[in-house]
Design a protein around this ligand. Sequence first.
Ligand code: DGP
Ligand code: NA
Ligand code: NA
Length: 213
Amino acid sequence: LRGGKEDSRGALVVLEGLDRCGKTTQSARLVANLEKLGHSAELWRFPDRTTSVGQMISSYLSNKSQLDDHTIHLLFSANRWEKRSLMESKLKSGITLVVDRYSYSGVAFSSAKGLDIEWCKAPEIGLLAPDLVAYLDIPPEKAAERGGYGGERYEQLEFQKKVGQNYQVLRGPTWKIIDACLPMEDVEEQLQEMVLDCVKTCQEGKPLSCLWS
Ligand code: DGP
Ligand code: NA
Ligand code: NA
């Protein structure tokens, strides 16, 4: 049987939100739940700090190096570009990718420094477009209370407020908003439900597309 489930693609699911919104925990739980239900799924995250570009980013985030705002923006983007072809082949082989942060972080964080939003979006053009962006919505003040920030460069309340406003500008038809102040189990359940819907749509033949669509 051709055209059936055996040659269908996986879904590209992105989790976004402010620092300390719970994305990292939820993306790990989501992957475990998908696998329990018999789906092939992998957990990815950006920045991917394991590559040489990723190491430059990591050093910048921990304030061990200083870089011009445009330069670091392009490095974050390059870090996504260096994974693009692997991402495409995994999706085409039927694996669902759950990605902790993507191009929306790129634009929301850099434009919070005052960079032009269209300039920020440009280097992301042509990366794979997510089938679903799950936004874990939390007031910046609440996020700041959650066990404190880890001390990385962007983990400051005033900055996170701007990031939150920028995320609002980026919202589009593929976005679903989840109240990240709900109990963890409720967030997990809502997330799983929307992702299963999305996986089904992709299995049924929804084509892959590119940013910014
Ligand atoms: P995380 O490893 O998810 O805690 O992310 C590290 C920090 O980097 C976090 O504050 C969000 C920020 N970040 C993630 N992606 C990008 C990006 O593409 N550009 C910028 N400027 N910041 C980003
Ligand atoms: Na962080
Ligand atoms: Na995180």
